[in-house]
Design a protein around this ligand. Sequence first.
Ligand SMILES: O=P(O)(O)OC[C@H]1O[C@H](O)[C@H](O)[C@@H](O)[C@@H]1O
Ligand SMILES: [Fe+2]
Length: 207
Amino acid sequence: MLREPVTSVVSPETGGMSGNTGRYEKRLSDLAGLYEDAAAHQALVEKLADPVVYDVEDFRPGNHSGDLIYGVTRMNPGRVGREFFLTRGHIHAKADRPEIYYGQKGHGLMQLESPDGETRIVEIGPQTICYVPPFWIHRSINVGDEDLVMVFAYPSDSGQDYGIIEASNGMRHRVVAKDGGGWALIDNPAYKPRRPETVVALMKQYA
Ligand SMILES: O=P(O)(O)OC[C@H]1O[C@H](O)[C@H](O)[C@@H](O)[C@@H]1O
Ligand SMILES: [Fe+2]
């Protein structure tokens, strides 16, 4: 069926987008288990009365392969202990599907992890396009002191698999605030590397 063209106007200030077909919010309590300091997380949920920490507005034309979902994510600035506010993170359920992010406002990082445990950190500011290649687990982190707003687009049949991060007890590295400003990468001591067979099986589906 022939589709009609669509335009969306993005507001870098509010992180909203016209023409969206959906919207969802994540509250701080939805992110339990992601941060190294679970007590600091719980204390902050109570202190701030469980605020929205990121929201997503998107346009979804449908699920058939070859189509595209696009939208905008807005993330609050903030920290849990020494870690910055972040998204849950995922690999695409169809793991060979890529994604594009386009910075609109604020200062963020994309933390990427390959199936065999390599980490890459990409800085995203306004006007920066970040290409997330197939097979990389990805999570956004707001390392600035204002909202981080990014436009994204990915194949509409990608899906999100959140279990891969849970299964390894988090990503291999954590991004933490340095004393006096900036950020640093540290090891996540709880990290369980994926077994070589798991990595091969994940990539073989698309060989
Ligand atoms: O799904 P999360 O890992 O919580 O990330 C939040 C959102 O970030 C980006 O906007 C992605 O393109 C969305 O697909 C994702 O849902
Ligand atoms: Fe994604």
